[in-house]
Write a protein that binds this ligand. Structure first.
Ligand SMILES: [Zn+2]
Length: 79
C-alpha cells in the first residue's frame, strides 16, 4: 500500500512510479504522468496550431497589402 499515491486528478490511487509532484495553489499534490501528458499534449497541439494560424494570417495580410497598395502598408497595418 505504501507505494500507492493519491492522484488528485483521477481521484484514485496509482503506483508512485507513475506519479509526479505538482505545485498547486493549495500546496504539493500528486498527479499521474498519464493525465499530465494527456492534458499537456492537447494544450501544446492547440497552442502550436493557433500560433501557426495567426502567423500565417499575418503573413498573408502583409503580402496582400503589399500587392494591392505598395507603399501604404505601414499606414494600413498600424492598427
Ligand atoms: Zn491519475
Amino acid at each position: 500500500m505504501t507505494n500507492k499515491v493519491y492522484c488528485y486528478h483521477c481521484m484514485t490511487y496509482h503506483h508512485r512510479e507513475t506519479m509526479r509532484k505538482m505545485m498547486t495553489r493549495s500546496g504539493v499534490r500528486w498527479r499521474c504522468i498519464r493525465s499530465i501528458e494527456a492534458t499537456r499534449g492537447s494544450l501544446e497541439e492547440r497552442d502550436a496550431f493557433g500560433e501557426q494560424q495567426s502567423e500565417l494570417n499575418r503573413a498573408q495580410a502583409r503580402a496582400y497589402q503589399e500587392s494591392v497598395m505598395p507603399g501604404r502598408r505601414l499606414a494600413t497595418l498600424s492598427c
